[in-house]
Ligand binder design. Sequence first.
Ligand code: ZN
Length: 148
Amino acid sequence: MRESEFSPTRGAVRVRGWYRGDCHVHSAYSDGKLTPEQLAAGARSAGLDFIATAEHNTADAHAAWHALAGDDLLVILGEEVTTPTGHWLALGVQPGQLIDWRYQARDEVIGWHLDQVHHVGGLCVAAHPHAPYPSGVFMYPNQRFDAV
Ligand SMILES: [Zn+2]
């Protein structure tokens, strides 16, 4: 087992290295079919080191995920911020932190919402920027996002 240091709240790994994980997971708390317990068991059985939660516009699953983190599985709390002009992942948010989704690109408020995530040390990720459905096409400026 590799040397790791975990935070008591989110199991944050603080050792440099390569890790296997899934950065975009939906459970039955939004439009997924499996419970967080089933997803965590699947992640462990697949040998993943981490999993990032990404329910659509809700933090309701955070409490369920908190109990599933452990020395063998880092759980990164997040949200898929699902707006009419693109979806983005807020990863590494605080337990229960909800990022608002009630705006669109022309409102020019995305920077303020990205700041809410960056302020707590999280990452903002453009999710599937060319998904073939109306709100799936990403229309925000890319400059302040951390990844795609
Ligand atoms: Zn999406």
